[in-house]
Design a protein around this ligand. Structure first.
Ligand code: HEM
Length: 418
């Protein structure tokens, strides 16, 4: 194996504790320190090449060079993704499965989900009007869980909304943790898998009805390349891979509320300038605030890039947060400025809050359309449909916790319909 002497090596015996401590800034800090977009570290006991920037993203999403098999640590599969899910697949099998996800997330589907989100925000508002204060993150996660399940065709009794929403959030918020929080994430995943597996099995036996075209039906009856169905467990894991990230949008919606509060002129701009400005605002929220920190893959075959020897089987990590704050791509990256997107050319590798490249060919998130449409509805609701006060609270969010959130969850007082 090449020693890659010309590439900076982090001296630490194992960087895993540093990664958990520095969180979103782990790669960025070292890119700055070594003045190099690429460096070598040790993560979870193995050598890892860490990279940041547009060129790095371009190479990382080359599926001839990288694979996902054996790249995701077990702890991620036990909480966030589920075992052997789409995130860990490659080549034709991945492409085939990805088409299923893409077919469930078309503009038509995005609109249906956005309409349901709007409907359940208005229903929630009736209750919020009776409360002195509400916690936006906690409320929105329930709204999104209800909307996601109805959209997907998954039966969800009102009495179960709170616990199911909490389990989805726990699966997401445990991925960068160790100890009790990680274990809680695993228990949450087990509960959700049992629940959804039961529904898939009932749909297959005809005990529960599912409508063609819904995520529930399509996951239950999807045929793989060899014409076989996914087993109940795998179908459940993949259906959860659609439901869970919709609930995750509560994080971006909470950050949107924070942006509206902290950058007071944004509300008026959204009102005055309409759809195009709202879209720029949403992109800036997804660029500016931290959510997905980095993604990992393994080298498929030996190759050399930028004087670095990538040996087969080596773990490679791409910095999403750092690329979205790369000063070569973004002027004053730490300034919140939606208008920067007026000039943005729509590149596939510079703005990568949900991964890079073409989603139908690689692992980029298939849910960006859904994310944007749901955020649109929620932001319009906050700006145009309600009055509220924002009491003193702790808005700070830590960059060493992955994922993160404003500490208070964004508390709103005296919420009233306009
Ligand atoms: C809430 C905001 C979201 C964020 C921050 C986010 C972020 C990401 C990231 C970083 C990836 C990994 C990209 C890679 O491996 O290279 C990903 C993959 C994925 N996302 Fe999202 N996502 C979001 C919303 C959604 C939504 C709404 C859906 C579906 C309804 C979704 C479904 C998926 C799936 C299925 C994958 C795996 C794709 C594959 O491996 O081919 N995500 N997402």
């Amino acid at each position: 194996m090449s020693t890659n002497q010309q590439i900076p090596h982090d001296k630490s015996l194992d960087n895993t504790p540093a990664l958990l401590q520095e969180g979103y800034l782990f790669i960025d800090n070292r890119v700055d320190r070594y003045k190099s977009d690429i460096f070598i570290a040790r993560i979870l006991g193995q050598q890892a090449i860490c990279m940041r920037g547009k060129e790095a993203a371009e190479i990382f999403y080359d599926t001839d060079k990288f694979q996902r098999k054996k790249a995701a640590p077990k702890r991620l599969q036990q909480t966030l993704f589920g075992k052997n899910a789409i995130q860990t697949m490659d080549n034709d099998a991945h492409f085939h499965r990805k088409l299923l996800f893409m077919s469930l997330l078309t503009p038509d589907h995005q609109q249906k989900l956005a309409n349901l989100t709007d409907k359940y925000l208005h229903i929630a508002l009736e209750k919020w009007e009776l409360d002195y204060e509400i916690n936006l993150f906690n409320e929105v996660k329930k709204v999104l869980c209800t909307a996601a399940c109805e959209w997907a065709g998954v039966p969800l009794p009102t009495t179960e909304v709170e616990e199911r929403a909490e389990d989805f959030i726990s699966m997401i918020y445990s991925f960068g943790t160790i100890g009790p929080e990680h274990w809680e994430g695993r228990r949450a995943r087990n509960r959700v898998e049992n629940w959804i597996r039961g529904i898939i099995s009932e749909v297959r036996s005809g005990k529960t009805e599912a409508t063609k075209g819904t995520a529930l039906y399509e996951m239950a009856f999807y045929k793989q390349q060899d014409e076989t169905h996914l087993d109940d467990q795998m179908a459940a894991v993949e259906l959860i891979n659609v439901l869970r990230p919709i609930v995750a949008n509560a994080t971006f919606i909470t950050f949107s509320a924070l942006a509206l509060h902290e950058y007071t002129e944004e509300k008026e701009k959204i009102k005055a300038e309409g759809k195009d400005y709202l879209e720029m605002f949403i992109h800036e929220v997804r660029r500016f605030y931290p959510f997905g920190p980095f993604v990992g893959a393994k080298v498929k075959h030996d190759f050399t890039w930028k004087n670095c020897q990538f040996n087969k089987g080596t773990l490679v990590m791409l910095d999403l947060y750092g690329t979205n704050h790369d000063p070569r791509l973004w002027d004053s990256p730490n300034t919140f400025n939606p208008r920067r997107f007026a000039k943005w050319q729509g590149g596939l590798f510079d703005f990568i809050p949900q991964g890079g490249g073409d989603p139908s060919k690689g692992h980029r998130c298939p849910g960006e359309g859904v994310t944007v449409e749901v955020m649109k509805v929620a932001i319009k609701f906050l700006v145009n449909k309600i009055y509220f006060e924002v009491p003193n609270q702790d808005f700070s969010f830590s960059l060493d916790q992955m994922p993160t959130l404003p500490k208070s969850g964004f508390v709103m007082r005296n919420v009233r319909k306009k």
